[in-house]
Design a protein. Structure first.
Length: 208
């Protein structure tokens, strides 16, 4: 995960009250001092609560300290931002937290939204693929189910269990999309990345 330091210069005035804490928080984060980073970014967010960048950075530092629930609250605030890059980064981080907690359905949904905002993110695409793969690996329902009890007139008994859903419908329910839609989305992301690589030959992986 990364902080939003690359966006600060464009979004903050030189005399912004939170600038000093943000700069110190970034330095602490790069040194691996996440406790100090959390403190500084939290102070910046307190000083400028309307700036989603501070909530993104504060949530990032909280996540690195293992304070997941607090991190989720800050990242959720950043994800509501109208700035697409901030929202995409926050959704990526929320989806990644979901993935580490084996919440694959939630991870797939958030990572998909992140990719809709920033299709060029290799890390979001990779984690999205992992979430979909995990959903596919879940054992499908039994291929054959017990005979459904029926009444004398041939209709199913009111208390009879419903037939087990097909594997594809199970995947759609878990992933929030059909298997074909997931494959089309991934193909589109691959094509987007290939176009970016052609136009920006020196571009490396994003650091988040």
């Amino acid at each position: 995960m990364r902080t939003a330091a690359a966006l600060l210069a464009a979004s903050l005035g030189i005399f912004a009250p939170s600038r000093k804490d943000g700069r110190l928080g970034e330095r602490a984060y790069r040194r691996g001092n996440f406790a100090e980073s959390e403190k500084r970014f939290g102070e910046a967010a307190r000083q400028e609560p309307a700036n989603p960048l501070w909530h993104l950075d504060h949530g990032t530092a909280l996540a690195r300290r293992g304070r997941t629930e607090a991190a989720r609250k800050e990242l959720a605030r950043a994800a509501e931002s109208g700035a697409s890059e901030v929202a995409a980064s926050a959704l990526y981080q929320l989806g990644t937290l979901d993935l580490t907690e084996h919440r694959d359905r939630e991870a797939a949904a958030r990572l998909r939204r992140s990719l809709e905002l920033d299709p060029s993110s290799r890390d979001a695409k990779r984690n999205f693929e992992i979430a979909l793969r995990n959903l596919r690996r879940r054992p499908p329902p039994p291929s054959s189910s017990p005979q459904t009890p029926r009444r004398d007139d041939g209709r199913p008994h009111p208390g009879a269990p419903k037939p087990a859903p097909r594997p594809d419908s199970e995947f759609e329910k878990r992933a929030g999309m059909t298997r074909a839609e997931a494959e089309r989305l991934l193909r589109g992301l691959d094509a987007e990345q290939r176009r970016n690589e052609k136009t920006e030959p020196g571009r490396g992986a994003r650091d988040w």
